[in-house]
Design a protein around this ligand. Structure first.
Ligand SMILES: [Zn+2]
Length: 467
């Protein structure tokens, strides 16, 4: 009997939106258009009500069979796991065939970290080049289910690009709110190409966020910001796909970058659900790595008495934000991550760590990942930099099974890569009057272009010198 599969089939009928604040715990229907708890303002998550008892093998077999199917729901690396998603069939699902991302071995990265082996799950190989797509397929589907006409967000980076692409796919209008005068066309190029309306607002980023919240009251609008719990539902499927790729052998450690903490939240939820369904026998230790200049959760983690947190059951009430986050890893340049509580809970439940790494460590780790033939954006490289530190600190043993999650593609930020290899990369001092000099980042694995005479002998001589 397919008990687990049946239990999972029931998920959409019974699923609710639940406030994660333990003192509140209010629940709401899936079709209520809310983004935070209306009662206490707390963060919401989807409780899928998965049944703990059942035949895990049947669900695994069903998922494996879908890998050979041409049904669009099965070609998507998110909707293939639809028993675990809070949607009823038939689903008006919006897909660009997201997910299905590679799990690579990275021998040079492993050696750099002091590990026997290291695998890299490259979420940058999604349709718009970042992990956001796995969450946007479910969020934009929810927008369609709710009958919204426009999906909105405030983001300068990967979220905007992903929202614009999926809204375009669904035939929905999408809009991105940004402060006027602070829009770099490079980062928004994808967003413009996918047809989103970019609204230049007379105000700062906080004003944009406030306006997004106000717009959420309008029935024609759907808010696809990081706080949206339906994005986490799609993003959690990376845990399922990863386990299939690992042939259901649970890795010892899974390490992810930490910006808004949605990714670590989602992975933690995905693994927890597999554990609840009896599909895995233990959780991998989930660790999160932040950039030193944007590390509010790592700072909080360092002050925690781990015994008092009771495996994530007792969470601190507040976290001090970083007022002016500073890092060249723009994807994780976030001073007040919205999903910090859910992510912290997932890390504590699995006995993982939250630490930070320097700009130099990020840059060098990125270059080493590149030498393995794998191109990621700077934020993603925090993982390899963090693993190196966790190995040195004894939290990860050299012979353990470790997976780093890379979140974005190298081509998201080619200027950074070029500057590193040419030796011109530097972090702005952040001083208000601009008096302090930028902090240079040394290209330890620099690979700058060489000027070579236009003849064969000169080229061969250069090749020989660089061998
Ligand atoms: Zn609440």
């Amino acid at each position: 009997m397919e008990k687990t599969a049946r239990a999972a089939d029931k998920a959409a009928e019974k699923a609710v939106q639940r406030c994660i604040d333990s003192a509140c715990g209010a629940t709401y229907g899936l079709r209520e258009r809310i983004y935070v708890c209306p009662r206490c303002g707390g963060t919401l998550e989807i409780d899928c009500h998965l049944d703990a008892s059942g035949d895990a093998a049947a669900l695994r077999t069903r998922w494996a069979a879908r890998a050979a199917s041409r049904d669009p729901r099965d070609v998507s690396g998110v909707w293939r796991y639809r028993e675990m998603l809070p949607f009823d069939e038939p689903i008006p699902f919006v897909t660009l065939f997201e997910g299905n991302t590679p799990l690579y071995h990275g021998p040079r990265s492993a050696q750099y970290c002091g590990l026997d082996d290291l695998r890299l799950k490259h979420q940058g190989c999604n349709p718009t080049g970042s992990f956001k797509d796995t969450g946007m397929t479910t969020a934009v589907t929810q927008a369609v289910v709710l009958g919204a006409r426009t999906a909105v967000c405030a983001s300068t980076g990967n979220t905007s690009a992903s929202l614009a692409a999926y809204a375009g796919r669904a035939g929905l209008q999408s809009a991105v709110l940004l402060p006027r005068g602070q829009i770099s066309s490079g980062k928004l190029a994808q967003t413009l190409d996918y047809g989103a309306l970019v609204c230049e607002i007379d105000g700062n980023f906080d004003d944009c966020m406030r306006l997004i919240q106000e717009l959420g009251d309008d029935p024609s609008i759907y808010v696809a910001n990081s706080i949206n719990p339906f994005r986490i539902e799609g993003q959690k499927t990376v845990a399922f796909e990863m386990m299939e790729q690992c042939l259901w052998q649970v890795p010892d450690h899974v390490v992810v970058p930490g910006g808004n903490m949605g990714n670590s939240t989602a992975l933690g939820k995905g693994f927890q659900e597999l554990l609840d369904l009896g599909m895995i026998e233990r959780l991998p230790k989930l660790s999160v790595i932040q950039a030193e200049g944007a590390a509010p959760v790592a700072r909080l983690f360092a002050t925690l008495d781990l015994k008092k947190t009771d495996g994530g059951a007792n969470l601190p009430e507040t976290m001090a934000p970083v007022e002016n986050p500073r890092t060249l890893a723009t994807a994780i340049k976030i001073g007040a991550p919205v999903s910090w509580k859910k992510a912290l809970r997932a890390v504590l439940r699995s006995s993982g760590k939250i630490i930070s790494v320097s700009e130099q460590e990020i840059a060098d780790a990125k270059a080493i990942i590149g030498r393995d033939g794998i191109g990621c954006e700077p934020g993603s490289a925090t993982t390899v930099a963090g693993i190196k530190k966790l190995v040195a600190a004894g939290h990860i043993r050299a012979d353990e099974d470790v997976i780093a999650v890379l979140t974005g593609h190298m081509l998201k930020d080619p200027d950074y890569v070029s500057a590193y290899h040419r030796g011109t990369l530097a972090l702005d001092s952040g001083s208000k009057d601009g008096s302090a000099a930028p902090q240079p980042i040394h290209g330890a694995f620099q690979n700058s272009p060489e000027r070579v005479a236009a003849n064969k002998a000169a080229i061969l001589a250069t090749l020989e010198r660089r061998r």
